[in-house]
Design a protein around this ligand. Structure first.
Ligand code: SF4
Length: 255
């Protein structure tokens, strides 16, 4: 591991970019708007917490704690949820109660869904890092399961309302990246990529297709190179959905 790490951070200036670290969140924000990437990761401006982001964080933390002690009961899961509830980002106590209740229902559905699964959990909230010369890619995979046939399944939890189809899943940057990470960082071959839609108690899965790796690699390298060259043009078609639209100098959606 040391060789690529050394090459990444100590390559002579001018030959390759120095120290660019990629992650799903960084690549996503760059693709949405390069100036947004700059705002978040160069200027280091923080996103304000929102009700949905706090709910998502609470659910992820609760599931991590629940799976860590292997008790397996619904009461324990809900206890973890209580303990890890994130109180910020809500406009009123009433809104907080509504979101808390939404999350509780999601976890009940998750628990019921999980009881019928025949798989064994291999990783939960597993941090990964792997080289993508001359960059490094890092992140955290929500969960990896192993089924009785010896096949690995990469899982990501979603708290959003909208469901994705299998077709949309096959183009999902995050799951593709996590499938690649399982291979590159842990030398395990994924057979399935899955999203757990917690608001619906539903799992959508697709078989892992290694033929998509080369285009994913190209996309990551292209974004990494642009970041290292400090190419941050605003992409104003994203302004309407951007949390910095009120303050950004390039925003077209201040109203
Ligand atoms: S407001 Fe528009 S231009 Fe500014 S960072 Fe957001 S998306 Fe980019």
């Amino acid at each position: 591991m040391f060789k690529w790490f050394q090459r990444l951070f100590f390559t002579k200036k001018g030959s390759v970019p120095l120290g660019v670290e990629l992650s799903y969140s960084k690549v996503k924000s760059y693709l949405e708007c390069p100036w947004l990437y700059r705002t978040l990761y160069v200027e280091m401006k923080r996103r304000a917490p929102t009700a949905p982001s706090s709910l998502g964080l609470s659910i992820h933390r609760a599931l991590e704690a629940y799976h860590a002690d292997n008790s397996g009961t619904l009461d324990r899961l809900l206890e973890c949820y209580n303990d890890h509830w994130v109180h910020v980002g809500f406009s009123s106590p009433q809104e907080q109660m509504i979101y808390f209740e939404k999350g509780r229902k999601m976890l009940e559905q998750y628990w019921n869904m999980d009881q019928s699964r025949k798989t064994k959990i291999v990783f939960v909230e597993k941090e990964f890092i792997f080289p993508l010369d001359p960059f490094v890619v890092r992140g955290i995979i929500d969960r990896v399961d192993l089924n009785p046939e010896g096949q690995y399944e990469v899982i990501d939890y979603k708290t959003q309302q909208e469901l994705l189809s299998e077709e949309e899943l096959s183009r999902d940057l995050q799951l593709g990246l996590y499938g690649m990470a399982l291979k590159q960082a842990f030398q395990l071959s994924p057979s399935f990529l899955s999203l757990f839609f917690l608001a619906h108690g539903k799992v959508v899965s697709i078989p892992y297709n290694p033929s998509g790796e080369s285009s994913l690699r190209e996309k990551l390298l292209e974004v990494g190179l642009k970041i290292s060259r400090e190419e941050f043009p605003p992409r104003t078609s994203h302004c309407v959905r951007c949390e910095f639209r009120q303050t950004c100098q390039y925003s077209t959606e201040r109203g």
